[in-house]
Design a protein around this ligand. Structure first.
Ligand code: CO
Length: 433
């Protein structure tokens, strides 16, 4: 069972190379579970007990199940995760010929990838292409995923850099990290090469392509590894493991209706959440308002619903690293396959406090799964996530949690097979409350 869920996660991630594909695949799964797509630009006809989903920029998604209890008296059970991962974004006019023989692409770093993990592995290109539409305000978005080994970022040979394995060996994002697309041949015309490649893939004319949001991805599929397949090795576990677990929990058959439920998959967490589809925008608050008012609630009911709601901000966590135990807190050592991790920070980089940690601890006990705690080594700055940012829009109780993993922001990350099953159980229990 645990392996089956981990393999499903690996499939989901492989089919979701970009934030846009995450949303498209989640939408498909929710639609077959009875969720109706609402467009923010239409008048909503919200029915009590209905199941709805709303997207923003096709890269964030909000699924709402109103089949639970009374909104004003009980509020929402909310799970948040994010659709984006660190990568390289293709720049405009990206073609760079080298010695008239090689064609490489100009890119810009998105978020904080561990740069040297991206060398020497077949990469592919995926994202969104915008085609000419009927109206200037409405270009037509099309998803593209080449899903074949298309590019590579070759590392320099050790003979040209003897210091390559020594510390303090810096990498230039502009010089060292550009991927090679192919050899220049007689068909090659530098101008618009990528546009022609995209046009052929989308079966349209190059002139129809207005712009694109394209990023690089490891092409190889993730796999289980370890003596007993106890590890999941895959790209983008941060944060697609939490997206997948949230989805599984939301559409799980339930013995009791529970409370009203929201799964919020925000975009742009890796770059600070400050976009219209990110957690710093009013997007989720607006949806909640429209639901409360659309079901006949008052402003007073909205305030009560927010007060009674509870958020699980789900983003991956750091497991004790076998080679760097000294980087971790002396007494709190969350390990892989030891269960979901509650993240705690005295200076409130995480939303967790004693009250919300107690809630999540109880949920895990009720679900029959172990639960661990993470705090930074006091001399390390540590990370943050979207939970706090969302609090500026919604003053809601909440906890920051995530499954323990190694190598966060590597092109290929490692998490626990058992932990994925654990967190799905914990989320399902939360949605059943
Ligand atoms: Co994350």
């Amino acid at each position: 069972m645990e392996k089956k869920q981990a393999l499903e996660l690996i499939d989901f991630i492989h089919q979701s190379p970009t934030n846009f594909h995450v949303v498209a695949n989640a939408r498909r799964e929710l639609a077959s579970a009875g969720y109706t797509l609402l467009s923010p630009g239409d008048a909503w006809n919200i029915e009590e007990g209905g199941k709805y989903m709303i997207t923003c920029n096709d890269s964030s998604l909000f699924a709402i199940d109103l089949s639970g209890g009374n909104l004003a008296r009980e509020g929402f059970s909310l799970i948040c995760a994010h659709s984006d991962s660190p990568t390289f974004r293709v720049k405009p006019s990206p073609e760079i010929p080298v010695s008239n023989k090689y064609l490489k692409l100009n890119t810009e770093v998105y978020g904080g990838p561990i740069l040297y993990t991206w060398f020497d592995r077949p990469l592919t290109l995926a994202g969104r292409v915008l085609l000419r539409g009927e109206h200037p305000l409405h270009p037509v978005p099309r998803l593209v995923n080449f899903d074949r080994p298309l590019l590579i970022i070759p590392h320099i040979a050790i003979h040209f850099n003897r210091a390559v394995n020594e510390q303090g060996n810096p990498l230039s994002k502009q010089k060292d990290m550009l991927p090679v697309l192919g050899m220049i041949n007689e068909k090659f015309e530098k101008e618009g090469y990528l546009a022609r490649l995209l046009a052929a893939e989308l079966d349209t004319a190059p002139g129809n392509i207005l712009d694109f949001d394209l990023t690089l991805h490891e092409q190889a599929r993730g796999c289980l590894c370890g003596l007993d397949d106890e590890f999941i090795s895959s790209p983008r576990l941060d944060d697609l493991a939490m997206v997948h677990a949230g989805l599984k929990a939301l559409i799980a058959p339930r013995p009791v209706p529970g409370r009203a439920k929201i799964l919020a998959i925000f975009d742009n967490e890796e770059v600070g959440s400050g976009t219209k589809q990110g957690a710093a925008s009013p997007v989720l608050r607006s949806i909640i308002e429209r639901i409360i008012f659309g079901t006949g609630g008052t402003h007073e009911d909205l305030q009560r619903a927010i007060h009674h709601s509870f958020m699980i901000s789900a983003d991956m966590a750091h497991a004790l690293h076998p080679n760097y135990t000294e980087k971790h807190d002396p007494t709190n050592h969350p390990v892989i396959n030891g269960g979901p991790v509650i993240k705690i920070n005295a200076n409130q980089k995480y939303v967790t406090d004693g009250d919300s940690a107690a809630v999540f601890e109880t949920i895990c006990r009720q679900a029959g799964v172990p639960c661990q705690r993470f705090v930074n080594h006091s001399d390390m700055a540590g990370g943050s996530t979207l939970g706090n940012i969302l609090l500026t829009q919604l003053d809601i109780r909440g906890v920051d949690i995530g499954n323990p993993m190694w190598a966060m922001h590597s092109v290929r990350e490692t998490a626990g097979t058992l932990d994925h099953a654990h967190v799905i159980k914990a989320f399902t229990t939360f949605y059943n409350l």
